[in-house]
Write a protein that binds this ligand. Structure first.
Ligand code: FAD
Length: 483
């Protein structure tokens, strides 16, 4: 090949185990490129903060190899053909994101490049296996996790590759923009303190996090991962979401070690989420189980706002929501309980929660977020049945005994005795006074009563099923909806 190859980075912000970059480097000069287009503009605040720092880290590691990261504003369809002409590029290489809309757009971009006489190649790296490669014995998409997991484990996994030794520069660098010009970081007000304290984006940090998790966390992961106060889970999710670490690197590093199995299973849940999104691209918007389209959700902006700001009066829910607000991340157990509370206790649509998480999580991931919200709401694949309703008090007492997590994120409850830390409304007045808690003032009364909310949720579920039966009968009698 004669001209340089443009490598278009997206959610693969790393040099190692990056097949598009490796193939380009093997062929000749490379122009690494990141585009600030519609997808970046549509990201939530916390998800924009992350790539600012991750791209800065990528710029540094490219510079250390004598290369650069070219930053351009605009969509790929607008920028790539022109840039290829401007740099006399021989081809554009990129890795698939496995997001259905982008997969479809990628085909059109490849065609536009071809029309302009520029070749293109697409590689896979963001998943262990491309979502279309796994199928049930009947050739259908999986909708149950365990058979998916069994099929996934039987696939051969290629070992991850290292970073290219050399990244030859093009004869001339085209003009680019700067990260500062893109304004991905919040300025006024700068709310990112908690993000800065909690995270260090970039490939080197992702590798360091993986190494410390393997040394200190993996062996105890199976028991520790469910307790939000501890450091029991890997906290690799934002690094995986931005491709600073490939799932193959995480899998290979953990496989074979003591305690690896439950961790590999979680990586497989990520794969399962992408598998679902690939086969059901409406996953972020519509329930996978169609009968939930008739669910009688409520419209209650005040309760939604209380949930968003961690002011529901249920300590485990509120602690999770405040951890999210401050750090851009929430422990998985708290995510499940907080999400369940929104959907089942408040009867607010899961899409409202999905959207808030998308805006506030640093690991916001279109596939994992949507699949998990649907799972919690009972309308997704292999989902928790709707009628199984988490009791946030018992969840707190089981997974945060002693209330260390709650005390950390709700300092106003820090002095309550263990017995009341997950149920402050049951504490006698003198105990509240001694702990400095004034319910309704320093900490809210419960937004809803658990038992009443549970009854209301079950009634709403029954109403949905009733409506489903009637509509099926009206449709010509396919028979009643059976679970
Ligand atoms: P670990 O327990 O160390 O797991 C290792 C990796 O496995 C994670 O980094 C993640 O990539 C993957 N993983 C773990 N659990 C799941 C899961 N349930 N589904 C899919 N992948 C999983 N995860 C996201 O990455 N992005 C999201 O936007 C997201 N939204 C969620 C929304 C809800 C309502 C719920 C209940 C869960 C959501 N999750 C999401 C899944 C899970 O909570 C996070 O992946 C996990 O908490 C990240 O922490 P960790 O890296 O320490 O996980």
């Amino acid at each position: 090949m004669s001209g340089p190859i443009i490598v278009w980075f997206r959610r693969d912000l790393r040099l190692a185990d990056n097949p598009a970059l490796a193939a380009a480097a093997a062929a000749g000069a490379v122009i690494p490129l990141f585009l600030c287009g519609g997808e970046v503009a549509a990201l939530g605040g916390a998800s924009r903060w992350w790539p600012h720092h991750s791209l800065a880290a990528l710029e540094e590691s490219l510079a250390a190899r004598g290369s650069r990261l070219l930053l351009r504003r605009g969509s790929a369809a607008e920028v790539l053909p022109g840039l290829a002409r401007e740099t006399s590029a021989a081809a554009v290489y990129w890795n698939r994101t496995y997001l259905p809309a982008q997969d479809a757009a990628d085909g059109a971009i490849a065609a536009a490049l071809k029309g302009a006489g520029v070749g293109s190649r697409r590689y896979g790296t963001g998943l262990l296996h491309a979502p279309e490669t796994l199928r049930t014995r009947n050739g259908r998409p999986f909708q149950v996790f365990t058979p998916f997991w069994n099929a996934l484990r039987q696939q051969l996994l290629e070992p991850p590759a290292g970073a290219p030794a050399r990244l030859p520069a093009p004869p001339a660098w085209p003009r680019g923009e700067t990260l500062a010009e893109w304004g991905l970081r919040p300025e006024k007000p700068d709310w990112a303190d908690g993000l800065r304290e909690s995270w260090s984006p970039g490939e080197a940090s992702a590798q360091a996090r993986l190494a410390s998790f393997l040394d200190e966390g993996l062996a105890a992961y199976g028991e520790g991962r469910d307790f939000p106060a501890g450091a029991g889970s890997s906290r690799l999710s934002p690094h995986l979401a931005w491709g600073e670490l490939s799932p193959r690197q995480a899998w290979q590093a953990a496989a074979g070690s003591a305690g690896a199995e439950p961790f590999l299973r979680e990586l497989a849940w990520r794969e399962f989420s992408y598998h679902l999104l690939h086969h059901f691209p409406f996953l972020p918007e519509r329930p996978l189980r169609g009968e939930f389209a008739a669910f009688p959700w409520r419209d209650d902006p005040a309760s939604l706002a209380a949930w968003q700001r961690g002011r529901t009066g249920y300590p485990l829910v509120d602690a999770g929501m405040r951890q999210l607000w401050r750090t851009g991340w929430m422990h998985n157990r708290a995510r499940m309980v907080a999400a369940s509370f929104l959907v089942k206790h408040l009867l607010l649509p899961w899409q409202a929660g999905e959207s808030w998480f998308r805006d506030t999580l640093v690991d916001a991931d279109p596939a994992c977020n949507a699949a998990n919200w649907q799972w919690v709401a009972g309308c997704g694949a292999d989902a928790a049945p709707f009628f199984r309703i988490f009791n946030p008090v018992l969840q707190g007492e089981k997974f945060d005994p002693g209330g260390r997590y709650v005390r950390r994120w709700l300092p106003e409850l820090a002095s309550l005795p263990d017995k009341f830390v997950h149920r402050p409304w049951e504490a006698p007045p003198e105990v509240l006074a001694q702990a400095g808690v004034r319910l309704g003032d320093t900490y809210p009364h419960p937004l809803v009563d658990h038992a009443a909310a549970r009854q209301r949720a079950l009634a709403a579920f029954a109403e949905m099923r009733q409506e489903r039966c009637q509509s099926l009968a009206g449709d010509g009698g396919e028979g009643p909806y059976v679970e």
